[in-house]
Write a protein that binds this ligand. Structure first.
Ligand code: MUC
Ligand code: MG
Length: 389
């Protein structure tokens, strides 16, 4: 842990001078997962990350992570593109800028590149980490302050092998780590998906919460036909069944579904959130730094959704403890987080990328309390997992 670089009589101009960005480094990491993780349009056995290291003029360093899922499949950003766009466009825009001015840094990044939200969010997290370490404050304190110190957490079952999934779920419940489950659907035909869900419902303890994430894999007609079957299985939430751009279709389904619908890939920007809420295209919104571009933008998107009457869900992209810590910090500051979060990523990796992993206790993930993001990349694992060609 870096010692605080400031004494109480320090002035803002000192902070501006000390936190100017001196250099930025990016590294691609490929980390094996403990099992194959399947989604409607891809399957991964490795998680690919870009780790960003920002160094301030005061010598303090901070780290951030951008996660992807199956290359440019979940969204348009791949680790190769993220690294190239940071190295070529985004990092040069930040060199010399005061890291203590997070929102001004976001404006510089937006002027340097359109969208590229995962890349920008990794830089924003690294600045936040370095600023927290400079001031000896946790990231939550720089984001308005925490209103919770732990968050109810969800595990995703996604091998597609129902016997393995039942065992996996039971072991998570027995370890008192997870008792709420998200099931990835859409990679098999619908009848097979439903048989898998029926088996899970039958084998898991009565009342176990089951959420289905279809990752844009069904059509509106599919949903109309099969919604009654999902209702009979007592699912608590259906996530992004339709193509991301089809807010109108989501709104039509939301009118007839007794299960709440959640928007994920359909909402990146505050404007998307406004349209989604105004159209009634789902009563729940999944929040992710890779979609919104910064911790500040995530808070803005959350504000729009809450104003539109939606409930909030803390989403993930299978981040390691580094990326998960940034999410957990900003989630801890939201006035309400009805659905908790799904930051199980650190536990699906064969090894985490950080020295100390996030802590899971009594079906909650604890919000790190240390300075900055409260976790630090592990040098040996970074070396082993870093892509060299
Ligand atoms: C997604 O679409 O929500 C999060 C958990 C998981 O299994 O996949 C990701 C992405
Ligand atoms: Mg999703």
């Amino acid at each position: 842990m870096a010692s605080p670089a400031h004494t109480p009589h320090d002035t803002a101009p000192d902070l501006i001078r000390d936190t100017r960005v001196r250099d930025i480094q990016t590294t691609i990491l490929d980390v094996p997962t403990t099992r194959r993780h399947k989604l409607s349009n891809t399957a991964v056995t490795h998680q690919n990350y870009v780790h960003v290291r920002v160094r301030f003029e005061n010598g303090v360093v901070g780290y951030g992570e951008a996660a992807t899922l199956g290359g440019p499949r979940w969204s348009e950003e791949s680790v190769e593109a993220i690294k190239a766009n940071i190295d070529t466009y985004l990092a040069p825009a930040l060199i010399g800028a005061p890291g203590c001015q997070l929102e001004a840094a976001n404006l510089l990044l937006d002027a340097a590149a359109k969208r590229n939200t995962a890349a920008k969010s990794a830089l924003n997290a690294a600045l936040l980490d370095a600023l927290g370490r400079t001031l000896d404050l946790p990231a939550t304190a720089l984001l308005g302050g925490a209103v919770r110190d732990r968050i109810s957490v969800i595990w995703a079952l996604a091998s597609g092998d129902v016997i393995q999934e039942v065992e996996e779920a039971k072991s998570k419940i027995a370890a008192r780590q997870f008792n709420r489950f998200k099931i990835k659907l859409g990679f098999a035909d619908i009848r097979t998906d439903l048989r898998r869900l029926e088996r899970l419902r039958a084998e898991l303890p009565e009342g176990t919460e089951i959420i289905a994430d279809i990752n844009q894999g069904w059509s509106e007609a599919d949903c109309r036909k099969w919604l009654p079957a999902l209702e009979a299985l007592d699912l608590s939430l259906i996530e992004q069944p339709l193509e991301a751009g089809n807010l109108a279709g989501m709104a039509r389904l939301a009118k007839i579904s007794r299960i709440p619908l959640m928007l994920d890939e359909g909402v990146f920007s505050p404007q998307d959130a406004l349209h989604g809420a105004a159209m009634g295209a789902g009563s729940v919104l999944s929040l992710k730094l890779c979609k919104h571009g910064s911790t500040q933008a995530l808070q803005r998107v959350a504000g729009v959704a809450l104003a539109g009457g939606q409930e909030l869900y803390g989403g993930c992209l299978l981040e390691s403890s580094l990326g998960a810590a940034a999410h957990v910090a900003v989630f801890a500051t939201l006035p309400s987080l009805t659905w908790g979060c799904e930051h199980f990523g650190p536990l699906i990796l064969s090894e985490d990328t950080t020295q100390d992993s996030l802590v899971y206790e009594d079906f909650h993930v604890l919000v790190p309390q240390g300075p900055g993001l409260g976790v630090v990349p592990d040098a040996d694992r970074t070396m082993r997992f870093q892509r060299t060609e």
